[in-house]
Design a binder for this molecule. Structure first.
Ligand code: 5GP
Ligand code: MG
Length: 192
């Protein structure tokens, strides 16, 4: 049954913005671009990936990087515990990665206002990384301040709320194999 007519399907209301094939093709070229800029020998590179939105991108990207690398995971939270008022975002290491003296590539799903990446980039620099570069699958141009940039970008998109391929709405849709747009009528709670 077509996706648009079966409300039992998780993606019944999602419009495809970037297809599975387009993502796969772009990730291969992005990986080639990244690989050309990092050492393949010695201790290789260290990836620091931002949970949870980057998990699918991370999985596909690293399998296209033919080099020695280690993976560390971080979480960025905007709320502390059960607090209901917004707190300054906070970074916690979910799996320890030794980034001191290392060539680090930060991996995130999307560069929007830049708050998340500003925090992660500063933390990795403060931890003594030798070099810090960033890749994002998606970027909404013109939203982040000029001081927060990504070195390798999969796709520039319009300022719309996207889901799929790791990106969620209210915890759902991360498993869609494509990037889609969720119409505003489908969004009643808050994004996570
Ligand atoms: P920023 O800190 O750059 O404003 O936003 C980064 C985070 O906000 C992303 O890592 C992602 O979790 C979330 N985000 C921003 N835009 C979108 C969007 O269009 N869809 C979804 N699902 N999450 C988004
Ligand atoms: Mg995120």
């Amino acid at each position: 049954m077509p996706a648009a007519t079966n409300p039992m399907r998780v993606d019944h209301a999602v419009e495809v913005l970037i297809s599975q094939t387009q993502i796969a093709t772009r990730i291969r070229s992005l990986a080639a671009e990244i690989a050309s800029q990092y050492p393949h020998a010695g201790d290789g590179m260290t990836i620091v990936s931002v949970l949870a939105g980057s998990i699918i991108f991370l999985g596909d990207l690293v399998r296209s990087l033919p080099m020695r690398l280690r993976i560390g995971l971080v979480t960025v939270s905007s709320y502390a515990g059960a607090a209901t008022t917004p707190m300054p975002p906070k970074l916690t290491w979910s799996s320890l990665a030794n980034v001191a003296g290392r060539d680090v590539l930060i991996v995130d799903d999307i560069l929007d206002t830049g708050g998340t990446l500003r925090l992660v980039q500063a933390a990795v620099r403060d931890a003594g990384a030798r070099s810090v570069r960033t890749t994002v699958l998606l970027r909404k141009p013109g939203k982040a301040p000029a001081s927060v940039t990504a070195d390798f970008v999969g796709f520039d998109i319009d300022d719309v709320f996207v889901v799929g391929y790791g990106l969620d709405y209210d915890g759902l849709y991360r498993n869609l194999p494509y990037i889609g747009v969720l119409p505003p009528r489908e969004r009643e709670g808050g994004a996570t």
